[in-house]
Design a protein around this ligand. Structure first.
Ligand SMILES: Nc1ncnc2c1ncn2[C@@H]1O[C@H](COP(=O)(O)OP(=O)(O)OP(=O)(O)O)[C@@H](O)[C@H]1O
Ligand SMILES: [Mg+2]
Length: 248
């Protein structure tokens, strides 16, 4: 077996009296698409935040490619090659799409002042290529605050790809996206995985999407890992049906 890209062992995280994650263990295997499902408030985003170093965990271990990262901060983890997108998009609404992508590059470079340097043509070309990849090429010079919510999510996806992550954590990538555009997004996520070789870890409430994408899935409920398995196994797991799928 190869070293997991992400290995979470017995991680707990509380906010005041709220136990958001309790002794959670799971793995993301290299090159694969792994899914994470569970009811609202079951601790999915909290787990993402713990993995990427957004907040300290109370106990447990988180490894990236075999190296302990649970004491590292967001920027240090991003530089190792692990990035995430947000449930609510985080773009620079007064900049156009190309500028948003260019300004996301310092995730992997050295200093804050890099944000204000003049960008070489090859970076601009790459940014435009990625905007084409996500279907926003025609909008590349539009102020990003004027994009629709779904388009802003696509832009955020392109911003993450610009940094060539080893692994990308996507928090509800299809939420708010027009159903007719969802198939295109699934296709792009698969291509990012297959063509760019990016390992994906995806939170998703849309069962059709996640069953179609993921090779392996985890289900959280009340902050605890309830089950894991192939999409088929998860779909037929009585505990998952009772806690989550039954409500769908
Ligand atoms: N920063 C915070 N401060 C206090 N409580 C928090 C914080 N972040 C999350 N929580 C609580 O932790 C629990 C898990 O929240 P989390 O956002 O991880 O759920 P989720 O599974 O992502 O839900 P959803 O599907 O609705 O996005 C919830 O009870 C939430 O209110
Ligand atoms: Mg969430």
């Amino acid at each position: 077996m190869s070293t997991p890209t992400i290995e979470v062992s017995n991680v707990s995280k509380s906010f005041g009296g709220v136990v958001a994650n309790k002794m959670v263990s799971m793995k993301v295997e290299p090159g694969k698409i792994t899914g994470l499902i569970g009811p609202n408030g079951s601790g999915k985003t909290t787990l993402f935040n713990s993995i990427v170093g957004y907040h300290p965990i109370d106990e447990g271990s988180i490894k990236f490619q075999g190296k302990e990262i649970s004491k590292l901060r967001v920027q240090q983890i991003a530089r190792l090659g692990m990035l995430r997108t947000f449930q609510q998009t985080r773009i620079y609404s007064k900049m156009n799409c190309v500028e948003n992508i260019l300004i996301s590059v310092p995730h992997r470079t050295a200093t804050f002042s890099d944000m204000f340097r003049k960008y070489p043509a090859e970076l601009t070309d790459k940014a435009e290529h990625l905007l084409e990849f996500v279907g926003l090429y025609q909008k590349r010079h539009l102020i990003s605050g004027d994009l629709s919510f779904g388009q802003q999510k696509l832009l955020e996806f392109a911003m993450a790809l610009m940094n060539e992550p080893t692994v990308l954590l996507l928090d509800e990538p299809t939420a708010g996206i027009n159903p007719t555009l969802i198939n295109g997004l699934i296709d792009r996520l698969k291509r990012a995985n297959e063509e760019f070789g990016i390992t994906l870890f995806v939170i998703e409430h849309n069962m059709r999407v996640i069953m179609n994408l993921a090779e392996h899935m985890y289900c959280l409920a009340h902050g605890e890992m309830l089950a894991n398995g192939t999409p088929d196994e998860i779909q037929n797991d009585q505990r998952v049906i009772d806690a989550y799928l039954g409500a769908h």
